[in-house]
Design a protein around this ligand. Structure first.
Ligand SMILES: *Cc1c(COP(=O)(O)O)cnc(C)c1O
Ligand SMILES: [Zn+2]
Length: 411
């Protein structure tokens, strides 16, 4: 069955066949939504055909993905997704919430949500026989591409800003990718990657550019759907997610839209985007009631959501607007507090991952979530990715002489 039937531009709605375009709309540069043959999918599958699959990875959703098969069975490429969801009543109670869950994306093979996107892009690269895959990255997208490429012997090139946290750069290097550090911002690396891909004929994974990344990210929505069905049936709920380029939130929205198209859910969940105050181009557009994304000069310690010009801003604004959600912005101080709060329930988040929970705390304080509203917060990345930021979130440990006396004095 040929389920992948083409693309539709999110701006001008022009439709393209799979072979006609590769990245964005040739007319207006708009992000392309992957179009699936929903009619055929509806006829062929029932929800149980998916939920009864045994793959403990995002590949359980292969029938709903625009790739046909995956190379390299049993490798890390096969382990992306299917991340755990934790109930956190200790965090719910002080916020006045009845039901709160955290979905921990740090449990992906390279420790961030980006593995979902890279898994699908690597599968696509194998399908189109791309020799080299390239991406710009503040670290996580690159680590995901490097790690999952290494798993199946795919060549990868990563452009990262030289300011990326050392743990992320170490990951890139250990996975054996060709790593090029750019003396500039993520945005500079992004533009350079697009130019290099064109010049050298590489396949470009860039977020908010390659339409397949959102298809990988939508699998998080499918997992949330399966989880919530078990907990709440068809009852409504709200998802909080941090936003930089806007591709994760757009991907999650796309996943729920797919489920609506298939008739497998009745109502669209609310999606709330959380941005850092110092990197809030999408939240600004949301609040101004437009889809026009005005670049900012980004400044936040949450490097994974530090973006001057978000590349998937329009769809990201819609993800909140079309679902009854909203945008919340949080300070770096609030993000650090969130790292500490999540740590106290056993979840170690990097700043961008903790931002989503910081956003929930803020929204609850502003009465933007009701007590009865079940909430799921995404932690998008591991705290081990940025140890320097983690140390800022906690007080330093005391150093003592190795004597019991010294312990007694301290206690
Ligand atoms: C990339 C990333 C985000 C934001 O995703 P966008 O698609 O850029 O909005 C959030 N958290 C972490 C840990 C990330 O790596
Ligand atoms: Zn267009």
């Amino acid at each position: 069955m040929n389920k992948f039937i083409g693309y539709r531009c999110s701006i001008c709605q022009t439709e393209y066949l799979p072979g006609q375009v590769t990245y964005t709309c040739p007319k207006d540069g708009g992000n392309l939504d992957v179009a699936l043959d929903y009619e055929a999918l509806r006829a062929k599958y029932h929800p149980e055909d998916i939920t009864s699959r045994t793959d403990a990875s995002l590949w359980r959703y292969l029938p709903l993905l625009p790739v046909s098969e995956v190379a390299g069975g049993g490798t890390p490429l096969h382990a992306a997704g299917w991340t755990p969801v934790f109930a956190v009543p200790q965090l719910a109670a002080p916020l006045g919430l009845k039901n709160l869950w955290i979905k921990d994306e740090s449990r992906n093979p390279t420790a961030s949500f980006k593995d979902r996107a890279s898994a699908i892009v690597v599968a696509r690269a194998r399908e189109i026989k791309a020799e080299v895959v390239v991406t710009a990255s503040t670290g996580n997208a690159g680590a995901a591409l490097a790690g999952l490429s290494a798993a199946v012997g795919q060549k990868a090139v990563i452009f990262a800003p030289r300011s990326a946290p050392p743990a992320k750069i170490a990951q890139l290097l250990v996975f054996g990718a060709k790593v090029i550090l750019v003396d500039g911002s993520y945005d500079d690396a992004f533009d350079l990657t697009v130019a290099a891909a064109e010049e050298f004929g590489w396949y470009c994974r860039n977020t908010g550019y390659n339409p397949f990344t959102a298809e990988g990210k939508k699998t998080a929505a499918f997992e949330i759907w399966e989880f919530m069905q078990g907990k709440l049936g068809q009852a409504p709920f709200t998802v909080f997610v941090s936003v930089g380029d806007g591709n994760i939130i757009s991907g999650i929205h796309k996943g729920f839209k797919d489920l609506l198209e298939l008739g497998w859910i009745e109502t669209m969940p609310r999606i709330v985007g959380v941005q850092a105050e110092g990197s809030a181009a999408i939240a600004n557009a949301y609040r101004a009631g437009t889809e026009e994304i005005v670049p900012v000069s980004a400044r936040t310690l949450a490097d994974s959501i530090s973006v001057d010009l978000p590349r998937d801003g329009v769809r990201a604004v819609r993800a909140a607007r079309e679902t009854g959600g909203t945008y919340v912005t949080v300070s770096d101080e609030e993000i650090l507090q969130a790292i500490a709060a999540l740590g106290r329930v056993g979840v170690f988040a990097e700043p961008a991952g903790a931002a989503a929970y910081a956003g929930l705390v803020k929204a609850a304080g502003l009465s933007q979530v009701g007590a009865e509203e079940p909430v799921l917060v995404m932690n998008t990345g591991s705290g081990l990715k940025d140890v320097k930021a983690a140390m800022q979130a906690v007080s330093v440990a005391p150093i003592i002489e190795p004597t019991l006396e010294a312990v007694k004095r301290l206690l």
